[in-house]
Ligand binder design. Structure first.
Ligand code: BV8
Length: 262
């Protein structure tokens, strides 16, 4: 593993990651809540001020919590999507959208596999985004599974009755629920063909997403972590850059531009 960004030379990992992106033919980028932190959205593990400070997201993001207190869980998601709608993608999101465009013009592929449900990658312009934990921007009936976009759901009463005698719930994957088959299939297809894997803004603790790096390593891909704090994969990646993704990703893109010009 190369020296960690904060340890030796802040610039060395940036240069190395940029050179790997310059030569890569198929890139998979796994993102987590950390990439949205600089947009002002709370992560799962950083304490949240205010109303939700007394709740543990790991407890609320479960089918058991919804069945036990559908009003509380519905209000939590209403609060989360209201915040997600009020914020903007940050330079980290935009850097990944630019990277996807740059690779596409060179007939190379890139897939963003996101654990986030906030839709910020798509708002930044990323085209190939796999939402492996679903999205807060679509809701469905618990009885029929019929889905609706957020702006067709009425939030006048909590919990929200569906037209079919059930309740409306967000189209997210709760702990203890299976990930969407299509999303998993697309993810494993991208992983099995990648030669470069980046883990960005995730604590690498939730499965099966936390094990995706092993699939990339098994096919010989180089692996990179860009995260504020060290995680369980920091010691196994080929290169780690620790710091804010909203700063590191644009720096990598600048370095990549210089390689293109050289
Ligand atoms: C499954 C959607 C098969 C909802 C999420 C017992 C029973 C059942 C399952 C399990 C079990 N034990 C273990 C499991 C598996 C379980 C799991 O992994 N649990 C963990 C807690 C051990 N997984 C599941 O249940 C999955 N399904 O396994 O199905 C199954 C089914 C039944 C029975 C057995 C197996 C479903 C997992 C998906 C859950 N849904 N989200 C919602 O969003 O509300 S998970 C949710 O939490 C996020 O999507 C994300 O994945 C996770 C949080 O992780 P991160 O995104 O990494 O966020 P976090 O806050 O942790 O870290 C942020 C990082 O950013 C930090 O490292 C920080 O340093 C960094 N950072 C902060 N700021 C910045 C930054 N980095 C860069 N720049 C910055 N500025």
């Amino acid at each position: 593993m190369c020296s960690v960004c904060s340890a030796v030379d802040q610039h060395e990992p940036i240069q190395r990651i940029a050179s790997w992106l310059h030569d890569a033919r198929s890139v998979v980028i796994l993102t987590g809540a950390g990439i949205s932190a600089e947009s002002g959205l709370a992560t799962f593990r950083d304490p949240e001020e205010g109303l939700w400070a007394k709740y543990d997201p790991m407890e609320l993001a479960t089918i058991a919590a919804f069945n036990r207190d559908p009003e509380l869980v519905t209000r939590w998601y209403h609060w989360r999507f209201t915040k997600a709608r009020d914020v903007e993608p940050n330079p980290g999101h935009h850097a990944l959208a630019c990277l996807e465009q740059r690779l596409a013009t060179r007939d190379r592929s890139m897939t963003v596999v996101t654990q986030n449900v906030d839709g910020l990658h798509q708002r930044a312009g990323s085209k190939r985004v796999v939402e492996i934990h679903g999205t807060i921007l679509r809701w469905r009936c618990t009885k029929t599974g019929a889905e609706k976009p957020l702006d067709e759901v009425s939030f006048d009463v909590f919990p929200i009755p569906s037209e079919h005698g059930g309740l409306m719930r967000p189209c997210v994957v709760w702990f203890g629920e299976m990930l969407p088959e299509q999303a998993l299939a697309e993810t494993f297809d991208a992983l099995e063909h990648c030669d470069l894997f980046l883990s960005v803004g995730t604590s690498a603790t939730v499965h099966p997403a936390a094990s995706f790096i092993e699939v990339a390593r098994a096919v010989g891909a180089k692996t990179v972590e860009i995260n504020r704090d060290p995680t369980p994969i920091s010691e196994i990646v080929d290169c780690a850059a620790h710091g804010p993704s909203g700063e590191i990703l644009p720096q990598i893109m600048n370095e990549l531009g210089q390689l293109d010009d050289s």
